[in-house]
Design a protein around this ligand. Structure first.
Ligand code: GLY
Length: 361
């Protein structure tokens, strides 16, 4: 078991990473001192783990109700949240109670939003079960729901009291979903820690094969890098944007694929190749780093070649990126192995050449 501290003053919390949940879940419920719990699973995780988690919490003399929301982005809305408020009220949850998210990013985001608003905020525990949620969305306190066709347009910053990661849950995850999280792990090595990048280059096969020791290290280092960045910029007003490396192009690819042709990680992998080309064209990195990035992603089993979407359609979508102001394209880019920067005002012509290069990858 590895424990990482997210250092946010009074809102600090631990992230526990290991195999199994048993001892740590009971001791965390006792430490956080909760009187009742609402466990929110989805239609995938409920049948797999719901009863086990409910029984574990009940063994600490805490009444726990299990509710299930439909799996997938379609459930990430205010109606689902209203259902959680109703269940919490019915079960008599109060300010000493906890909402527990048992699932992937959608479950975590909407349960966190409900926890941050029910009675103006109750205790919240994240039990992420996908690799993407374990290394990204469960850490850092972003909560939210989709509204009027826009992703995460309604939300809060609300830190959990604890994040409990059980790598055994990855054994039941489809391989494409595991790879989707792996793209974010590789991103952390590129933007923040060259020795971690080297570890990934040496151990990528063991991670893909879900070797527990390699996974616990890779998830732990990813969470500690994210924790360090979040502790410098909790509200995402500056340096936290480096976490967006690969995402400006990646989000455009996801959108052009109708949000279903590519997983988030697949789109971000191609996005990282394209954005590394931007860094290369701007003289921030040399071609050996751009090659390392592409080769590692390819060895992980992720796509690296930009599909046949036109540059115009990709650039149009990038204009909607939250970092873009007017016609100034802002990118999070590598500036050396394990280092990143926010580069303001990348010219559209550079983006176009970088996209053309990514079609040859
Ligand atoms: N997923 C990016 C962030 O949490 O800021």
């Amino acid at each position: 078991m590895q424990t990482i501290a997210v250092d946010l003053g009074l809102s600090s919390y631990p992230i526990h990473i290991g195999t199994g949940w048993d001892g740590i879940l009971i001791s965390e419920c006792a430490r956080i001192n909760i009187n009742k719990a609402l466990i929110v699973a989805d239609t995938n995780t409920g049948p797999l783990y719901g009863r086990m988690v409910q029984d574990l919490i009940a063994s600490g003399d805490i009444a726990a109700r299990l509710v299930s929301v439909p799996a997938g982005e379609g459930a990430k809305n205010l109606d689902t949240v209203a259902g959680l408020y109703a269940a919490a009220l019915e079960s008599g949850l109060d300010r000493e109670s906890a909402f527990i998210a048992l699932g992937g990013g959608v479950t975590g985001d909407l349960t966190g939003f409900a926890a941050s608003t029910y009675m103006r905020g109750v205790k919240f525990i994240q039990m992420p079960t996908t690799l993407l949620a374990q290394v990204d969305s469960s850490v850092g306190g972003k909560t939210g729901v989709d509204f009027a066709g826009m992703k995460n347009i309604v939300g809060t910053f609300y830190q959990p009291a604890s994040v409990i990661i059980n790598t055994d849950t990855l054994k039941t995850l489809p391989e494409r979903q595991v790879l989707s999280g792996l793209a974010e792990i590789i991103k952390y090595g590129i933007i923040a820690d060259e020795s971690f990048l080297k570890f990934l280059e040496a151990n990528i096969n063991s991670i893909v094969a879900l070797d527990s020791q390699a996974l616990v290290h890779a998830i732990g280092r990813s969470c500690s890098i994210k924790a360090e960045i979040v502790s410098k910029d909790e509200r995402d007003q500056g340096i936290r944007a480096v976490l967006n490396f690969g995402h400006t192009v990646g989000h455009a690819i996801e959108a052009l694929g109708g949000m279903s042709a590519y997983t988030h990680g697949e789109a971000v992998a191609i996005g990282m190749v394209a954005e590394a080309n931007i860094a290369l064209l701007l003289g921030l990195i040399d071609s050996s780093l751009a090659d390392r990035i592409r080769d590692l992603l390819r060895r992980a089993g992720l796509p690296v070649r930009l599909p046949d979407f036109s540059n115009e359609s990709l650039v149009r979508l990038m204009q909607h990126d939250k970092k873009t102001t007017g016609s100034r394209f802002v990118f999070a880019l590598p500036k050396g192995p394990g280092q990143a920067c926010i580069y303001k005002d990348v010219k559209p012509e550079i983006i176009s050449v970088a996209l053309d290069m990514a079609r040859q990858a």
